[in-house]
Ligand binder design. Sequence first.
Ligand code: SF4
Length: 502
Amino acid sequence: MPDAALVLRPSACPGLLRIVAARDGGICRIKLPGGELSALQAAVIAEVSELHAAGVVELTNRANLQVRGVRSGHETALIAMLVDAGLGPIPEAGAVDASGVLLATSADISDTSRFDAADASNTRSTTAQQAPGSISASAADDVRNVMVSPTAGRDPFALFDTRLLCVELLALLQSEARFAALSPKFALLLDGGERLARLDHPHDVWLAATQAEDGVRFVFGLAGCPPAKANANADADADAGALAAVLPSQVIELVRALLHTFLDLAAPDATRMRHLLATHPLDALLQHAQTYVDFPLSRDTSLANWQRPTPADAALRLGAHAQRVVGMLHVGGQPPLGRLSAATLRSLATLAQQHGNGTLRMTPWQSVLLPDIAADAAPAVLAEMNALGLACDPAQPITHLIACAGSTGCAKSLADTKADALLLADRLPDGVDVHLSGCPRSCAAAHCAPYTLLAAAPGIYDLYRRDSQPGFGSCVAHQLTIEQAADMLDPLAHPARSPSDA
Ligand code: SF4
């Protein structure tokens, strides 16, 4: 059988060590373990973006950050500062410090000096030269894709604190040279059962905590999302239940087995788990994975209709909400369309130091959350976030809009999606979520939004509504201006309010 691990897969995705050119300069993506970074690291990112880029930092839909507008000739200095701040991949297999913080210094990242921002296609060129068992820094950076709730460890509804498991999974992904063959988009979801959880992004492997009679188990599935009653995503196999359940202590070995199974069986052009599922029955994959673990692994038919018992509520990312420890809150806000100035990021870092625990959490809704704020300090923190221009109330229309870089940042875009989204914010009907995309690639959304405006020309869009169709759903209108789109969205989203029903 073909072994995908033998095939080096080039990628055009930005990374910390691979700055990809865009219309407004280079993009450097900084992957954050569990979406978390320290206030000191945030301050370094702010400084880096001012010194070596355009002073703009973007939040991504995978709870990472990216520096935009990296200036030509500044790449090596920018990368060195970020790596020295501990924002790089693990330099050696499994290297984490006692508190679980990933360790890296610029001296550890041996291939930084060989970095070539202009050539995204050479990204795996060092992989083949690695010593057996080691993984290149570039590949280690690419594979560290594990999503957890921004309130992991603090959510009063959670069944399991996933933070340590997340660190262990990240170490696993960076520990074996073979995993360098995984696509930079290959991603894992670890769901502890929190109320604040993004469940509509399909993941190659998902695991979700569930309460059994004798303790917590993790159920899992492939190429989809944990099924949940409130999780209506037409893209995801939301009603597929779970395949089986394992003990929390078996999660790492299970994931290792599933990764090896993917690499053993996937054809060279199969980059995601859904591609493997298209050619191999689920039971055959589990049988293959069984050879890598010493606990029983087969499909549990009693989980065929499993659903996540706790409904997720994305609105909890905004405003102040109680944590597990009485008297402590997390406070969150969303910068307009996911962009922060360096000055705003620095101010948020200062807030985290003054009133929180000195850390910030990025969320997959492109928002920021400050954990561990004392209840009596929360109003002041909220006021300061509002003053910084962050939306902290889900009633604010801007919290319902996402847009890709658009024509000011991306040569593929047919419209200035960011500017048009701001126009739409002034006219957006209540509670309607809209995604503006400059082309079908959908960089801003890993999920299918309820409504998508796909650019057709400057200021002109086709409107799609999510349904069972793949991609953005079904096109309901062509060639709309932003004003016309706003007028159409209201009756589409709220048919009971339309004049014909009056
Ligand atoms: S969705 Fe298309 S136009 Fe928008 S940033 Fe991505 S590639 Fe560019």
